[in-house]
Design a protein around this ligand. Structure first.
Ligand code: UGA
Length: 434
């Protein structure tokens, strides 16, 4: 099929590339000409394992192209995907400005009755609003069909998730549109759930809210484990073997970050409020997460008292490994607080340093070398469980640091190994090794 994808952020780029890989002719449209130029030359604008190879392969085969001109991508498209951002407004609601602009661009440029598929995470009811907006503004009486096709990929494993997904959700108003999109998505090999539009929109928010709830739940259990001398990893293992609970997303840590869970949980609370429903459970999930992100600071304070002038190695800036995405990373909560407490911070990340410098400024030191970060440090804080950190030889903490004091926000190391390496080690929901 001839497909246009509006927006080349995470979701749009991966969707466009994946649709070209399964044999469609895809034009990805982005208003930023510098992004378009890079992508047209096969250079990915995001860090995502496996994506560069797929971009290059499909550019070469002619299945994939990039443009900054809406008309070029939209004039002969049969299916148009909207995959632009829906950032959080100050009141927590999703900002739909970019989605509405995409709708106007579609209306101005399509030349036939297309199917418009909304991939962006949008509040319930948005698909109908966008359909009306497009249909009111088209020329020559063109009328579009609308479909909700929420995205479930994770950053850092987006390509893998796209080709090995658990399900594909397609919400439509009519069976014919559902059949066309089911056939289009069939090569991805995942079970296809066809449903109505509002339910599809709701599936996306509910899934992210549920996963965030699992994380906040296990983090609360972790905090209880600390108070009661239990080990949260043992508890999570024992809980997760019950198939009704499942083992995933029960990893206690420094709290969830990223561009999705914080934004989508806030948006769902807001949506519920609009429907006069007080979503207390989800409000607590958010509150637990905010608290969890600064919990290590309490441990640091009770260990050191003042940290004025102390050299601190912050290990990891990205909100999780395998991405250079810093959005809502706990590092951005932690580092300003450490600086305010007078610490001298050196931040390590294997790939996110240049992104971080733009956002955090140059008041702190940065390095892409783990050893340099640890050199002469008074203590270290692990924020991201990068493989370079997880698989590090624990002897380096002893040999490089002034004292091997480690606050681990990701439970990277087995406690027996920590003991062998004689680290002073504080983690989440596990007994301290002091
Ligand atoms: C999340 C969902 O997992 C995807 O299904 C969804 O498509 C995506 O949001 C989205 O809405 O676009 P993502 O934010 O990329 O994906 O990352 P996750 O791997 O889900 O991790 C989110 C955060 O939760 C990270 O900060 C991670 O460290 C944290 N986490 C995850 C935990 O603290 N514990 C866990 O057990 C799992």
């Amino acid at each position: 099929m001839k497909i246009a994808v509006i927006g080349t952020g995470y979701v749009g780029l991966v969707t466009g590339v994946a649709l070209s890989e399964i044999g469609n002719r895809v034009t990805c449209i982005d208003v930023d000409p510098s992004k378009v130029e890079k992508l047209s030359n096969g250079i990915p604008t995001i860090y995502e394992p496996g994506l560069e190879e797929l971009i290059r392969k499909n550019l070469e085969s002619g299945n994939l192209s990039f443009t900054a001109k809406h008309q070029e991508g939209l004039s002969d498209a049969e299916v148009v995907y909207i995959a632009v951002g829906t950032p959080q407004r100050p009141d927590g609601a999703a900002n739909l400005d970019y989605v509405e602009q995409a709708a106007r661009d579609i209306a101005a440029n399509i030349t036939r009755n297309v199917i418009v598929v909304i991939k962006s995470t949008v509040p319930v009811g948005t698909n109908f609003h966008i359909k009306d907006l497009i249909n009111k503004n088209t020329k020559n009486g063109i009328q579009i069909k609308i479909a909700s096709n929420p995205e479930f990929l994770r950053e850092g494993s987006a390509v893998k998730d796209t080709f090995h997904g658990d399900r594909i959700v397609i919400g439509t108003e009519d069976e014919q549109t559902a059949d066309i999109l089911a056939e289009l998505n069939q090569p991805f090999g995942a079970p296809i759930v066809t449903t109505d539009i509002s339910s599809a929109e709701m599936i996306k928010y509910s899934s992210n809210a549920f996963l965030a709830t699992k994380i906040s739940f296990i983090n609360e259990i972790a905090n209880l484990c600390e108070a009661m001398g239990a080990n949260v990893e043992e508890v999570a293992k024992g809980m997760g073997l019950d198939h009704r609970i499942g083992p995933d997303f029960l990893k206690a840590g420094i709290g969830y970050g990223g561009s999705c869970f914080p934004k989508d949980t806030n948006a769902l609370v807001q949506l519920a409020g609009n429907a006069n429903h007080d979503f207390n459970l989800l409000k607590s999930v958010i509150e637990v997460n905010n608290h969890q992100q600064v919990l290590l600071l309490n441990k640091i304070e009770s260990r050191f008292g003042s940290i004025q002038g102390k050299r601190v190695a912050v290990l990891g800036l990205a909100f999780k490994p395998n991405t250079d995405d810093l959005r809502e990373s706990p590092a951005f909560v932690m580092i300003p607080k450490l600086c305010a407490m007078g610490a001298d911070v050196i931040a390590y990340d294997p790939i996110a340093v240049s992104n971080a410098k733009r956002q955090l400024g140059t008041d702190i030191d940065y390095t892409e070398d783990l050893h340099e970060a640890l050199n002469n440090a008074d203590f270290a804080i692990i924020i991201t469980d990068w493989p370079s950190v997880k698989n590090a030889d624990l002897a380096i903490f002893n040999t490089l640091m002034k004292e091997p004091v480690v606050f681990d926000g990701r439970n990277c190391y087995a406690l027996d190994k920590v003991k062998q390496a004689t680290l002073e080690y504080y983690s989440i929901g596990r007994p301290d090794q002091a």
